[in-house]
Design a protein around this ligand. Structure first.
Ligand code: C2E
Ligand code: MG
Ligand code: MG
Ligand code: MG
Length: 287
């Protein structure tokens, strides 16, 4: 009887495995088609200085306008992208669209600080990243000091087999800002960070979420902000959702915040309107 159960369980297991890989294979095919049909688009989320509310940057976040499933967030397709050779072509599309947006804001004379793009580890390792930046910066006439590259700390970990650190160093030398995304969720320590070619840290939203309820988390974030300042590293605090969180963070220093409280990620037109209204408010206040 137990043998029977075991056999059953095994057949269920293989069936599930097959279904998962079938679905992945289908998604991969759809992704290839999506790239050809230009179904990816960007939404934009502002980062503002916590003391002055002035814009310091805008993060570009990818979305997929799926032909039948509606708009998909990255969590629904990036895991499959990362298993294929599509990460580099997708990264190129994202950079192209992000720099096109930056060019339009330049032309509209809207201050956006820097446009932030998320880089995948495969794109970094691909060998085309620097060429992609150089050619797309030339195409859109956007200078490197208007760009931030967000990377996860894991891109530095595989250093034995990849030259990701050197690629990032070169990107940094071009004048592109480098920020470590989701800081606090992995193993990077601040002393480690001080040796990396980075300009900033993004404190993960799992910390922001807990600063009001967990005194120890609050102390960690507060010290992190002070240490970063001493090391001349910028901070962006992610996932700010409430006034209470903002108030608490405001007491910790001078840095940037990003989150639903300031604005949700939005399409290009809405982002432009947001920039226009916040910047005309400012102009109005000054006159
Ligand atoms: P991330 O880079 O850490 O981006 C922040 C994520 O938090 C975004 O989710 C954003 O919509 C969400 N978020 C922003 N403010 C709040 C808030 O106040 N509360 C909460 N709960 N969430 C907030 P999204 O757009 O689903 O992106 C998820 C992740 O996918 C990103 O995390 C990034 O790692 C990756 N990603 C997004 N776009 C790209 C891309 O173009 N290329 C690559 N390689 N990765 C991307
Ligand atoms: Mg990011
Ligand atoms: Mg993050
Ligand atoms: Mg993240």
């Amino acid at each position: 009887r137990s043998k029977e159960d075991g056999k059953d369980r095994w057949s269920y297991f293989t069936k599930d495995m097959k279904t998962a890989s079938d679905e992945e294979a289908r998604t991969e095919q759809e992704l290839r088609l999506a790239l050809r049909r230009d179904e990816f688009f960007l939404v934009f989320q502002p980062q503002v200085n916590i003391q002055t509310q002035q814009i310091t940057g805008i993060e570009a976040l990818v979305r997929w306008q799926h032909p039948t499933r509606g708009v998909l967030a990255p969590g629904a397709f990036l895991p499959v992208v990362d298993k294929t050779n599509l990460a580099t072509p997708l990264g190129q599309v994202v950079l192209d669209k992000a720099l096109a947006a930056a060019r339009k804001w330049h032309d509209l004379q809207l201050d956006f600080g820097r446009i932030a793009v998320n880089l995948s580890s495969s794109h970094l390792t691909s060998g085309t990243l620097l060429d992609d930046f150089n050619s797309l910066m030339a195409k859109h006439k956007v200078a490197p000091e208007y760009i931030t590259a967000e990377v996860l700390e894991s891109v530095f970990l595989d250093n034995e087999r990849s030259n990701n650190s050197e690629v990032l160093e070169e990107l940094h030398n071009l004048g592109v800002h480098i920020e470590l995304d989701d800081f606090g969720t992995g193993y990077a320590s601040l002393s480690h960070v001080a040796d990396l070619p980075i300009n900033g840290l993004k404190i993960d939203k799992s910390f922001t979420e807990q600063i009001l309820s967990d005194r120890k988390k609050e102390i960690v974030v507060s010290h992190l902000i002070n240490l970063a300042r001493s090391l001349n590293i910028n901070i962006v605090c992610e996932g700010v959702e409430t006034e209470q969180q903002l108030d608490r963070l405001q007491m910790m220093g001078n840095f940037a915040v990003q989150g639903y409280l300031i604005a949700r990620p939005m399409p290009f037109e809405a982002m432009s309107d947001w920039l226009t209204s916040t910047q005309s408010d400012l102009a109005f206040n000054l006159t």
